[in-house]
Design a binder for this molecule. Structure first.
Ligand code: FES
Length: 143
């Protein structure tokens, strides 16, 4: 599972859940077949998906970039995607898809609903969790 917290992509599955103040978004929740996220739509239209193995990581890395930098350069896009490996596409369609999606000035559903999502996350009952606090963040690990 590829996950991201706001403006930060995470490459490995994690057992601890970040602070509920930070929305956790997975590729599965990014869009639907009827209403894909603009990145998902761009990847399909650009032919940037072949076997699909790398696609979740690529899209979530591009989303993290888009969230922190709404107008990235091609070099910034390449750097943001550089930790993801693709064995099929040769990267060009992937970079083109990310650039096309990043060039759109539309806010995605997560940006529009951010406050509502945070409020819903705060309502989750955290009685059955271990709280891990670091100097920078707080994590909640289900027991
Ligand atoms: S589409 Fe197959 S690994 Fe990227």
């Amino acid at each position: 599972m590829t996950m991201m917290a706001t403006a930060t992509d995470v490459l490995a599955a994690v057992r601890a859940i970040p602070d509920p103040e930070i929305p956790l978004i997975t590729i599965e929740g990014l869009g639907t077949p009827d209403t894909p996220h603009l990145l998902q739509e761009a990847f399909v239209l650009a032919g940037a998906v072949q076997c699909g193995f790398c696609t979740p990581g690529m899209i979530m890395a591009a989303k993290a970039l888009l969230d922190r930098n709404p107008n990235p350069s091609e070099a910034e896009i390449k750097k943001a995607l550089s930790r993801n490996l693709c064995r099929c596409t040769g990267y060009l369609p992937i970079i083109e898809a990310a650039a096309k999606a990043c060039s759109k000035k539309e806010k995605d559903i997560f940006s529009i609903r951010e406050k509502q999502t945070i409020n819903l996350l705060k309502q989750i009952n955290n009685q059955d969790v271990i709280v891990i606090t670091t100097p920078k963040q707080k994590y909640y690990k289900p027991i």
